[in-house]
Design a binder for this molecule. Structure first.
Ligand code: ADP
Ligand code: MG
Length: 678
């Protein structure tokens, strides 16, 4: 298979170069080159051919073929052909010589583009006599003009004839049997020369599985390496105490929370380092889960750290953790940029002495002089807000502490297990009972007056409102201008009745905090803001969320914004002001009004915008697959992942001769030498 393509007849120097240009160097490359599509070559009855489709039709010539010349070297050959009961007008452009091929009364087959309305066939190929078909389906390749389709097919056919018997099976025997997958020899042939639609499907099914399986094998091996080579701390937590804390909570944990706690605790107890992502919608109770995990760590004799992206959030978390854990004799402390001087010094001393059990804070936690006594568990909230470096520094403050990342951005499962394939993922996909659904409405711009009337009613009840300004992609300046405009408008609209605050990216950190604090204290009734307000602030008294130009936001982002309201006991509302022109735009607005489930929306977003757009172009980190499609083949991806995990975890995978070839995937990609770690 490593033979150069030049061993083939017809592949001279020039062809060899051309093929190299499209990445084909060896006979193996040639055989694995994936067709872009297949042309249906089956003989069609005119009555069943679709408009504009390429079809092959057989018939008898009814009128003498005649050629008309026009322009320079341009010609048109026409005749009428009888096919079944239909009389078809056939035209060939610029192939006058075809006239010699057939005459009136002859049977011919014509391949061309079908015009259903005019019963006309714009011919490309004319064959005399009855249809002698070789293949029902013909593979078409994207060759970028490197080489002709005809020659390419010839070479592929020759390669398979001469070297097909050397094709090695790459999937384990039991996998092939389990899913009834075509063996590799057969699948390669069927990929290029399928005898039926079914064969095409089966060949594709095999290669999709293979791609995912190989990819997941690497991911799962990496995961194993990260766990085992890092030698984490064994945290022997006190289950009885943990249960007491759970019993003391004012609510029953949801099943999803219980499952997440179990998964996290199992990791903590093991001798491997935890490397886990906890996903859950806003308000699904991640903080409660984090608190339990931190407490477990404390009962095992370790310290814990919780790092969040903003000061307000840190304060909120510190307070709720303190309230929950203080009765259990746990010492918590808050460290942010505003903790300074003597107070800070004292805090760091007690931390280093191990007298503080849990430290909550912003990135102030990762300053050099912050030293723990024995850090066992690190949790970061809204993990995408922190850079890889910041997370690593925090982790470095202990000896391989267990690490948990939390995010409220629901990532579709397919993407999560691909992009975060080397991490373990826990998902809280269930909301605590009794949560009020946020009523969501989609309003056109001309209805803004009514939206504001409604808002005023809520404000008069003492509630508060967020107004999110239009988002101008890649123009912070315009975002800023919009915020100023909207703020000015609403200030005059509510003048003398309600106060309107303003929040945008040009404010300094301190200024932002100040605005948020006065909104939080209900000194501001309305907060006009750009998307900076997105991260988990909690103002339970806010019941209205208005989003201008909502069609400019992704569904996940809209959902995040909506999650700012509905945090108290009152009914909350989200109003999307949008006038989308496209169908998908309308579909997205409708989806928002129909569901409050972040995971459903993120799947929808993925479906409507595709995987590339999901994370934004910059940091997609998505692998490329040749045949497989992460969105449409996601079930296969899941299955392949489970299978890969089973293999990686089984001792025989690492020793048996049968798996030698699979193991070379791992050695070749460098996964085993752990190059990807950090
Ligand atoms: P998240 O961090 O996922 O946004 P939180 O943990 O802050 O969610 O929980 C949001 C609110 O719901 C908090 O007031 C919390 O006390 C409450 N809560 C958490 N879990 C439950 C539950 N199982 N049942 C009822 N309320 C809960
Ligand atoms: Mg939270």
């Amino acid at each position: 298979m490593q033979l150069p393509v030049s061993v083939l007849n017809g592949a001279g120097k020039e062809t060899e170069m051309s093929l190299a240009g499209i990445g084909i160097l060896t006979v193996g490359d040639l055989m694995e080159f994936v067709p872009a599509r297949y042309d249906d070559m089956r003989l069609k009855n005119p009555s069943e051919a679709a408009h504009d489709e390429k079809v092959t039709i057989e018939g008898t010539i009814q009128t003498e073929p005649s050629v008309m010349y026009y322009g320079k070297k341009k010609s048109r050959l026409t005749f009428k052909m009888l096919s079944g009961p239909h009389v078809i007008n056939v035209t060939f452009f610029n192939q006058p010589y075809l006239k010699k091929k057939a005459g009136i009364g002859d049977t011919v087959t014509v391949t061309g583009k079908w015009d259903r309305h005019r019963l006309a066939l714009s011919g490309q190929v004319l064959e005399a006599g009855q249809y002698r078909r070789e293949m029902d389906f013909e593979a078409v390749y994207l060759l970028r003009n490197a080489i002709s389709l005809k020659l390419f097919r010839k070479l592929v056919l020759q390669a398979i004839d001469l070297y097909g018997s050397y094709i090695e099976e790459t999937l384990p025997e039991n996998i092939l049997r389990k899913y009834r997958l075509m063996d590799r020899k057969e699948a390669i042939r069927a990929l290029h020369f399928p005898e039926s639609q079914e064969e095409m499907k089966q060949a594709r099914r095999r290669f999709v599985y293979e791609e995912f399986f190989r990819f997941q094998l690497k991911m799962q091996a990496l995961r194993k390496v990260i766990r085992e080579q890092s030698g984490g701390v064994v945290q022997k937590y006190d289950l009885v105490k943990l249960k007491k804390l759970i019993d003391s909570l004012p609510f029953e944990l949801t099943n999803a929370q219980k499952k997440a706690v179990n998964e996290i605790c199992a990791d903590m107890k093991s001798r491997y380092r935890m490397n886990r992502l906890l996903q859950g919608d806003v308000g699904s109770g991640k903080t409660a889960v984090a608190t339990l995990a931190l407490y477990a760590s404390v009962t095992a004799g370790y310290q814990g750290a919780l790092m969040v992206p903003t000061e307000i959030l840190a304060e909120q978390h510190a307070k709720s953790l303190h309230d929950m854990l203080e009765p259990f004799g746990v010492h918590t402390a808050l460290l942010t940029g505003t903790v300074k001087g003597k107070k800070r010094r004292l805090l760091l001393e007690t931390l280093a002495a191990g007298e503080i059990d849990i430290l909550i804070g912003t990135h102030a936690l990762i300053q050099d002089d912050v030293l723990f006594h024995n850090l066992g568990l690190v949790i970061t909230d809204e993990q995408h807000r922190f850079g890889v470096n910041q997370r690593r520094i925090l982790r470095g403050k202990g000896k391989n502490p267990d690490v948990l990342f939390m995010t409220a951005t629901p990532i579709p499962r397919t993407l999560a297990i691909t992009v975060f394939g080397e991490m373990d993922v826990s998902i809280i996909n269930e909301m605590p009972a009794g949560r009020k659904v946020i009523e969501t409405y989609w309003a056109k711009e001309e209805m803004l007056g009514r939206v504001l009337d409604f808002t005023e009613k809520e404000l008069r009840k003492g509630r508060q409102a967020y107004v999110i300004c239009p988002l101008i992609e890649e123009s912070e300046k315009l975002d800023f201008q919009n915020a100023l405009d909207v703020h000015a408008q609403l200030s005059s609209y509510f003048h003398g009745k309600f106060t309107v605050g303003l929040m945008h990216g040009r404010l300094s950190g301190d200024e932002k905090e100040a605005v948020m604090k006065s909104f939080s204290a209900n000194e501001l009734n309305v907060l006009v803001s750009t998307t900076v307000v997105e991260v988990g602030v909690n103002v339970p008294n806010a019941t209205v969320m208005i989003i201008y130009d909502a069609e400019r936001f992704g569904l996940s982002q809209l959902h995040q914004l909506r999650g700012r309201v509905g945090r108290g006991s009152e009914q909350s509302y989200c109003m999307l002001i949008a006038d989308p022109k496209s169908e998908t735009g309308k579909e997205r607005m409708t989806a928002m009004t129909e569901t409050n489930d972040g995971f459903v929306l993120s799947e929808k977003d993925l479906e409507l915008r595709g995987p590339g757009d999901f994370f934004g172009r910059k940091q997609s980190g998505l692998p490329e697959f040749k045949m497989a499609d992460m969105v449409h083949d996601y079930r296969v991806l899941e299955t392949a992942r489970e299978d890969a995990q089973t293999f990686i975890d089984s001792p025989s995978f690492w020793t048996d001769e049968e798996y030698h070839l699979l193991r070379t995937i791992l050695t070749e990609s460098g996964v085993l030498s752990n190059e990807k770690l950090d």
